[in-house]
Design a protein around this ligand. Structure first.
Ligand code: ZN
Length: 441
């Protein structure tokens, strides 16, 4: 999935009624798809044909605003442009991705054996996402307000197809640090597809992911920035880009599969630094190092940042001393010590973590609110909040809870985690309700 759940949730909370409905539908759809994938629910009969070795073999389908895959075939390899922008962008983007992997790294398609590249455009109605479903690429047309069609950014196509390459190679688990590496490696090769197709060097590239996705309504340049993680957007509805660029800002969260779209900013920045230090075309030196680390057989599904850093340094050392130095310095600059796992699986929230709690709604319309730090509370209450904010319960509760007319509603927000949820009082477990009431006093 290109769009992380926290971004869609932000739209569901702050967007217009129409947008909120679309965001919720997309979230529901994504959750169902993830659940189906988790239990191995591949579509039957969709196994891709082997193509011609050494040549791209693309087929584009049109779902015609339904969610039926793959849809009607509209353009096959070698056929002329159709005039439909999404179809032709998907065809070109699949081709540019195939070209990067084949020309730069000698890999023939996602599986290394010339697998056919299948894409479906015009998926669903107002569907604001793009994804690799384990068999093929799927592109939505955007929500008609904040997001353009998802074929518009060639790096998005490269990103999604790289998830396919990762599935065929290291199989990085989509959770925590290994999940953030999965996201980062997809951004790295997605960006390289864009840079190669535009003949940009490490110095001239903008290092943005999804620069064409946002409409003018959004205050932001792109979905992510590899050169300056955390600065891609800052918008009243979408919120602020939550990516850290250094281990000091590593985000501990259970949402977004443990922050896979958030902490990927750290290895993204390491790649950009290494590529810029080496200079020239980023796919030639730094890209080769990352590709060798990905496909060298040493990268395990549960790999963490430190281990991945060591694997890239080993791959760089095999090239030459200059490459080794550039890669070592890049990881040092983002605070990752190679080969040493320095991040515990779950870290408690700091005592100075700031939280905001509001109780509003209700027949009489009385609002109570409080901004507080955990250190201001009694020890048992501070621990209660740590468990709630550090765990997934609040997010889970907010997803399944119906709003009740005239019922009290709690709003809980925390910038550091990040967390922002609305919870109807009647849906809360008694212990949580009592904690909230004690906190408000
Ligand atoms: Zn992704």
């Amino acid at each position: 999935m290109l769009l992380p759940p926290y971004l869609l949730e932000s739209i569901a909370i702050r967007g217009s009624e129409q947008e909120a409905r679309i965001a919720q539908e997309t979230l529901r759809h994504d959750a169902a798809l993830r659940a189906a994938r988790a239990v191995g629910g591949a579509r039957p009969g969709a196994a891709a044909d082997a193509g011609t070795p050494g040549r791209a073999n693309r087929v584009i389908h049109d779902a015609r605003s339904t969610e039926t895959l793959p849809g009607t075939q509209v353009r096959a390899e070698g056929e002329p442009a159709t005039g439909d922008a999404a179809t032709d962008e998907a065809y070109d983007g699949l081709g540019a991705t195939w070209t990067l992997f084949f020309d730069a790294f000698g890999r023939d398609s996602l599986d290394g054996r010339g697998m056919q590249l299948l894409g479906t455009v015009h998926f669903g109605q107002n569907y604001a996402n793009a994804f690799w479903d384990g068999q093929q690429m799927v592109f939505g047309d955007g929500d008609g307000e904040r997001f353009n069609r998802f074929t518009a950014s060639i790096d998005v196509i490269g990103h999604e197809l790289t998830h396919g390459v990762i599935e065929f190679t290291a199989g990085l688990r989509y959770q925590g640090q290994s999940g953030a590496l999965n996201e980062s490696i997809s951004d790295v090769f997605g960006s390289l597809v864009r840079q190669q197709s535009r003949a940009e060097t490490a110095e001239t590239a903008d290092w943005l992911i999804g620069a064409e996705l946002f409409t003018d309504l959004v205050q932001g340049d792109a979905l992510r920035s590899m050169i300056a993680p955390g600065t891609a957007y800052d918008d009243p509805v979408l919120g602020k880009d939550p990516q850290p660029a250094h281990m000091d800002g590593f985000v501990h969260t259970t949402s977004d599969n443990g922050g896979v779209h958030i902490n990927s900013g750290i290895p993204n920045k390491a790649f950009q630094l290494a590529a810029t230090a080496l200079g020239g075309n980023a796919w030639e030196r730094a890209g080769q190092v990352w590709f060798n680390a990905l496909t060298g057989g040493q990268l395990r599904p549960d790999c963490d940042f430190a281990t991945f850093a060591q694997l890239t340094i080993d791959a760089a050392t095999a090239i030459d001393a200059k490459t080794q130095a550039a890669v070592e310095q890049a990881w040092a600059a983002v605070g990752v010590a190679p080969g040493v796992a320095e991040v515990p699986a779950t870290a408690p929230l700091a005592a100075n973590t700031k939280l905001h709690l509001t109780r509003s709604g209700g027949f009489a319309g009385i609002t109570k609110e409080r901004d507080f730090e955990l250190s201001e509370l009694s020890e048992p209450d501070a621990e209660g909040w740590q468990r709630l904010v550090g765990g997934s319960e609040l997010n889970d509760l907010s997803r399944v809870s119906e709003m009740h007319p005239d019922g009290f509603v709690y709003h809980v927000a925390c910038d550091q985690v990040p967390l922002e949820v609305q919870l109807p009082e009647p849906a809360l477990p008694a212990a949580v309700k009592e904690l909230f009431q004690r906190t408000l006093g």
